[in-house]
Design a protein around this ligand. Sequence first.
Ligand code: NAD
Length: 165
Amino acid sequence: MHCVVTGGAGFIGSHLTERLLNDGHTVTVIDNCSTGRTANLDHIAGSPDLTILIKDVADAFVTAAASDVRATTMNVGSDNTYSVDRLVELLGGDVEYIRKRPGEPDCTFADTTRIKELLGWQASVSFDDGVDKMLENISYWQAAPVWDKATIADATAGWFKYLKD
Ligand SMILES: NC(=O)c1ccc[n+]([C@@H]2O[C@H](COP(=O)([O-])OP(=O)(O)OC[C@H]3O[C@@H](n4cnc5c(N)ncnc54)[C@H](O)[C@@H]3O)[C@@H](O)[C@H]2O)c1
């Protein structure tokens, strides 16, 4: 099949592209590189290990595209909720707490009932294994921009415009 992946130079799209190529499809990537980087596609010629980082999401997309289900919204999620504290614990290193941002939810939890029922899909990579794999491959993000106080303030300026304490 010939597939078109919009946003294919982004994090999810680049791994979806890799999965489709591995499945034997031809792929055209359309991306305006507003947040994505063509470097995100370099790994397709490189480490196959990276696919596991986004394996579940790519699986869900491929399963949905191959199904007869149309015009329905389905959540893709782990079927669980994890705290930022737990993520920080797994990542290790020093911790600095900052004040809660206005409108920031205390907890988000994707309801995956529909995707399980309609597609029989569910996540297979555990949160801990996913973080482990990400840490093993952390050099992949070496060139990724790192937030500092100025750039995060700029990127989240809209939140403060519309949300109040
Ligand atoms: N990564 C996650 O954990 C996560 C979780 C939940 C939801 N999402 C959502 O999934 C989507 C993809 O996430 P991601 O992490 O891959 O983001 P990303 O920013 O890495 O990828 C998005 C890609 O779309 C491209 N793009 C944006 N506007 C475009 C346009 N008009 N034409 C062509 N290309 C365009 C960007 O350049 C980028 O490459 C986003 O909508 C994100 O909010 C991501």
